[in-house]
Design a protein around this ligand. Structure first.
Ligand code: HEC
Ligand code: HEC
Length: 353
């Protein structure tokens, strides 16, 4: 239901009557634009093609969209992702929606930018499985339509480079934002944009301490210009959830930095559209949002919520579903009568039976 306040006076009365103390520092409206200078329409369109093109994988079967499905929550709904040849990796695929609103990428924050991040999956064995970026570039160059598009955007000569490819993919990713959720409309003054339960959930989210880590527009501890936040997870190791879901196995950020002090630290993930991205956590072991909330209370705050409180927090999470842009599928440049997928030269574990 989309109730609009009848008049400004009504808004003021409702605001005064409600007990809601929204701390503007903690919860802020999601910006409606994330594009950077130089993200031209053509560059975004080229990035979109590369994002959807499975020919950037060794087997011609896996695209970015295979694991970050934009028709849905921007993830793959699996505990851990499956790449070429059915190989699976160790971690859960985070959403790409709103990934522009974070100062580092991956659960352990090992890439500082979307551009740097996009170089990883193409050459990861368990993802797109290419032997190296050279192979990615020669695959793209096998498709004549791409050469002209790269040259139109990046200049003639050597336009087809990995740097330009990830520049385009990142420009496209910066368009993947979902503003105008119930929370955003509520924060902008529409007090009817969230239900009573959602408002109670928001209050509890702040008063119980979730916003110590989940603050800012994407609720991931990021603010424009700030560094990424990494926090210890699990913080209270005596929590029964730690054993139950094997939460201490992954060393997190220390595997990226080599610094023992970073052991078991993870980037605080966004909670925008969290209802759409089960299963949860870096290992994808927790299948329901209600359980994920109970787990956070236990492992991060050492508290236990009543079932009503869990219901209110879950309702609040529903208010974080934003508006998704209408995307049309790109038409990919054609093969011009030649196959570009050749038998992989690398012997893979699965090939060896
Ligand atoms: C086989 C599945 C798979 C494919 C294919 C894949 N990804 Fe990912 N992606 C993942 C997983 C799993 C992670 C988390 C890995 C980690 O943190 O160690 C991830 C992380 C990310 C992140 C970081 C998000 C965050 O919140 O930290 C972005 C952005 C991203 N991928 C974009 C892409 C792009 C762009 C492509 C295509 C070039 C791509 N991915 C291809 C599975 C995949
Ligand atoms: C001390 C920091 C901290 C606090 C406090 C905290 N979180 Fe988290 N939250 C994290 C980190 C870090 C992760 C990622 C954990 C991992 O590696 O899987 C996370 C993950 C989550 C996830 C799963 C996200 C996903 O994509 O899988 C949810 C849901 C969540 N938090 C909700 C909450 C709620 C609700 C509260 C308050 C009861 C809360 N958090 C308190 C740091 C925190």
């Amino acid at each position: 239901m989309n109730c609009k306040p009848k008049s400004l006076a009504l808004v003021i009365v409702v605001t005064l009557l409600s007990n809601v103390q929204v701390n503007a520092q903690d919860l802020t409206v999601l910006p409606v634009v994330a594009s950077k200078h130089g993200d031209t329409k053509e560059k975004v369109e080229l990035g979109k093609k590369l994002y959807f093109d499975p020919r950037l994988s060794a087997t011609g079967t896996v695209s970015c969209n295979s694991c970050h499905n934009l028709m849905e929550g921007g993830d793959d709904g699996r505990a851990t992702s499956m790449g070429v040849d059915g190989l699976t990796g160790p971690r859960n695929a985070p959403t790409v929606w709103n990934s522009a609103f974070q100062a580092s990428q991956f659960w352990d924050g090992r890439s500082a930018t979307l551009e740097e991040q996009a170089k990883g999956p193409m050459v990861a064995d368990v993802e797109m499985g290419m032997l190296g970026h050279d192979q990615v570039i020669s695959r793209i160059k096998d498709i004549p339509g791409y050469i002209s598009e790269f040259e139109a955007e990046f200049g003639k000569g050597d336009g087809v480079t990995i740097e330009n490819a990830v520049d385009a993919i990142a420009a496209f990713e910066r368009t993947l934002i979902t503003p105008n959720s119930g929370l955003d409309r509520y924060l902008a003054g529409d007090k009817f944009a969230m239900s009573d339960g959602q408002v109670r959930g928001m209050d509890l989210f702040e008063s119980s301490g979730c916003t110590e880590c989940h603050f800012g527009p994407a609720m991931n501890g990021w603010r424009p210009g700030s560094d990424a936040e990494f926090t210890e997870f699990p913080r209270f190791v005596e929590s029964p959830f730690v054993q139950q879901f094997d939460l201490a196995a992954d060393l997190g950020r220390s595997s990226a930095t080599g610094d023992d002090a970073d052991e078991h630290h993870f980037k605080t993930p966004t909670l925008r559209n969290i209802t759409l991205t089960a299963p949860y956590f870096h290992n994808g072991r927790v299948s329901s949002l209600a359980e994920a909330i109970q787990l956070m209370a236990s492992t991060q705050l050492d508290v236990e919520f009543t079932s009503e409180e869990v219901a209110d927090l879950t309702a609040f999470m529903e208010a974080l579903e934003g508006e998704f842009p209408n995307l049309s599928l790109p038409r990919l440049p054609s093969r011009s009568g030649e196959s570009v997928i050749h038998a992989s030269v690398k012997a893979r574990p699965s090939d060896q039976g």
